[in-house]
Ligand binder design. Structure first.
Ligand SMILES: Cc1ncc(COP(=O)(O)O)c(C=O)c1O
Length: 324
């Protein structure tokens, strides 16, 4: 384990000065939250909890019960949605994937799909941004502290609308750099659903940051590329065909699926085939695609230059036009 990933609970100075832990009343907690905040980043704009059935705009109030198995077991699934161009982009595809993830986990929404859509629209409306993201969390719900899903009779639904960074290519027109990841892909098909266990993904992002690059690319046991921490990988071959990877060890991205449809409708051939890292330099272009990456050019892998061409900008423009 990389030592930078270890958490140090006490600095040496603090450990010499251990005091009894204060016991607060609820009023004291509220006073402290009002006075000191609660470590909020300032990015969260609007929050919803199915436990109240209401929205709030004060992040200090976004309390999730510690008994929700989402908190203490990571038992839940999620989606990240983009609001841009006056609406929620590609919402049906996100809801379909959420349904697939939830079904695999035996999770049932605590409301109808129509009500969920209304909640998302209401949260974005109150956020009042031209562009924002929403994190939708479907948790196992409050129960006890075992791992048994049967403890939680009703699933929980939390939504947070938060400020979005500018698209990657706007911030880095020179394109993205990546390293190959040493983190193995999630086993047993878990990579193909969007569970709240993103520890391998977080470690991949940490690998990229430690290497001073933007993305880390996963590799499966057979040596084929999978995806980056929260984006899909695609290629363009020398004939101009868009290459998608077979979906056994990665999440089927809503954005790449839509980009492939747009490319096909513009006459570009879309093919599916596995890729090894060594093959990337033989392609015409390598792309990183996702809700927050849009269509990004990958121009370097493990310090070696990858080819760059016009298709990235073409597909990115098509995606932006589709978003509206
Ligand atoms: C692991 C993983 N792969 C790929 C993606 C890209 O999916 P989408 O295009 O739906 O954002 C995501 C998105 O969050 C992801 O978490």
């Amino acid at each position: 384990m990389d030592p930078s990933l270890c958490i140090c609970l006490f600095t040496p100075a603090e450990s010499e000065n251990i005091m009894h832990t204060p016991l607060w009343s609820f009023d004291e907690l509220l006073q402290s939250l009002s006075a000191n905040g609660s470590g909020c980043s300032g990015k969260a704009l609007v929050m919803y909890s199915s436990l109240w059935g209401a929205m709030i705009t004060e992040p200090r109030g976004m309390l999730i019960p510690v008994e929700d198995h989402l908190v203490h077991r990571g038992d839940g699934v999620f989606e990240t949605l983009l609001f841009e161009g006056g609406g929620i982009y590609n919402l049906p595809a996100h809801l379909k994937r959420l349904e697939r993830s939830a079904n695999r986990m035996g999770l049932t929404l605590p409301c109808s799909w129509e009500a969920l859509t209304q909640i998302l629209e209401d949260c974005f409306e109150v956020a009042d941004q031209e562009r924002a993201l929403a994190r939708l969390l479907l948790g196992r719900g409050p129960g006890g502290f075992s791992v048994d899903p049967a403890e939680s009779p009703v699933a929980s639904l939390y939504v947070v609308v938060y400020r979005a960074n500018a698209p990657f290519m706007d911030r880095h027109p020179e394109g993205a750099k990546a390293v190959l990841s040493k983190i193995p892909p999630k086993p047993g098909g878990l990579a193909t659903i969007k569970t709240c266990n993103y520890i391998p993904n977080a470690l991949m992002k940490a690998e990229a940051s430690a290497a001073g690059v933007d993305f880390a690319l996963g590799v499966d046991a057979e040596g084929y590329l999978t995806e980056s921490a929260t984006e899909n990988l695609a290629g363009v071959d020398r004939e101009g065909n868009l290459i998608l990877l077979p979906a056994a060890h990665h999440l089927a991205g809503t954005t790449l699926q839509r980009v492939a449809e747009l490319a096909a409708s513009a006459g570009r051939k879309v093919v599916e085939r596995p890729l090894r890292p060594s093959e990337l330099s033989e392609l015409a272009e390598v792309l990183i695609v996702g809700t927050t990456a849009y269509v990004t050019a990958l121009v370097e892998l493990d310090g070696k230059v990858l080819p760059r061409g016009p298709v990235q900008a073409e597909l990115d423009a098509m995606l932006h036009a589709d978003i509206g």
